[in-house]
Write a protein that binds this ligand. Structure first.
Ligand code: AHG
Ligand code: MN
Ligand code: MN
Length: 290
């Protein structure tokens, strides 16, 4: 007997509820999990106990959501087939900015919901979200209807803003990596924007992106001389964040085109990431085109 799949909005709602209540446990579980494990993620980075913990919780929960066909995360090189192949594919960065755990700074969880098997182009996203573990745990959720912000507490999600849009007057900027590794065009671009905006860089993409979502401006983890593809991963970081910014009226780029248009070649491919107000993304693409 064929079981019919829930509708796409029902699957998305179930995924977001699962991430919301799991986030409370992820945050609790950070205590006592600040050490490293003797393993690397597929990007060759040493894993923290907290990375493995967050991934295990999300994998168990999300792979059991009715209508989720695949689960993949930056912490594992294999895609978990977990349901009717006609379902949706979920990609997570279970703990973004986990190196901030040592310094007790903000971190996040990122999730992308694609309607095609992974790796998929960002245009195949039907929803994306991030949880920010700040003084208050908040969650930003984007669908084709727009962007909403919630406060999380005790596993519950309470709406605080149901139509989040990027402020028209940009205020902050943050650029990752080491300045000595930035190409000359990025050095010149940063020199220009630092006379217009104020520096807000915390070292966890989600904390820095949420500053831009709140105040307007630019976040970049650029191409670097020794790493032309930058550091961030397209499926788990670039696409979901690019989708959220574009749904909020902002823009995203890999330096040449929207992140959502970047051709997916493999699950853990890296990409330069630039997001923020359209005028700053246009100026950046022009600077890199010269
Ligand atoms: P993750 O912890 O998921 O690997 O992500 C870390 C990323 C991102 O959060 C942040 O923007 C960037 O690494 C910071 O990199 P640097 O440590 O090179 O500044
Ligand atoms: Mn990350
Ligand atoms: Mn991570």
């Amino acid at each position: 007997m064929s079981t019919t799949l829930p509708s796409e909005p029902e699957i998305i709602e179930a995924v977001m509820n699962t991430v919301a209540y799991t986030a409370t446990e992820v945050r609790q579980g950070l205590i006592g999990r600040r050490g490293t494990v003797d393993a690397e993620n597929p990007s060759g980075e040493t894993q923290l106990e907290a990375d493995v913990w967050a991934d295990r919780l999300l994998r168990e929960r999300l792979s059991n959501v009715d209508g989720v066909a695949e689960y993949a995360s930056e912490e594992s090189d294999r895609i978990l087939e977990c349901g009717d192949s006609a379902g949706l594919s979920v990609a997570t960065d279970p703990l973004d900015g986990s190196s901030n755990l040592q310094s007790n700074n903000t971190m996040g969880t990122i999730v992308g919901v694609y309607d095609e098997p992974l790796p998929a182009r960002g245009t195949r996203l039907v929803a994306a979200a991030y949880v920010l573990y700040g003084p208050i745990v908040t969650m930003m959720i984007a669908t084709d209807e727009g962007v909403s912000e919630y406060e999380l507490g005790g596993g519950e999600r309470s709406l605080i803003e149901d139509d989040v849009t990027l402020p028209d007057e940009p205020v902050v900027y943050g650029v990752g990596g080491r300045a000595q590794h930035w190409p000359a065009a990025i050095v010149d671009y940063v020199r220009e924007i630092e006379t217009e905006l104020k520096l807000r860089y915390g070292g966890a993409m989600i904390g820095d992106v949420n500053q831009v979502m709140t105040y307007g401006g630019l976040f970049a983890y650029p191409t670097l001389e020794p790493h032309p593809e930058g550091k961030l991963r397209l499926q788990f970081e670039g696409n979901p964040i690019g989708y959220i910014l574009e749904q909020a009226g902002g823009a995203s780029s890999n330096g040449h085109r929207s992140l959502l248009e970047v051709e997916p070649t493999e699950l853990h491919q890296r990409t330069p990431v630039y997001i923020g107000n359209e005028e700053y993304i246009e100026r950046l693409e022009a600077a890199l085109a010269d």
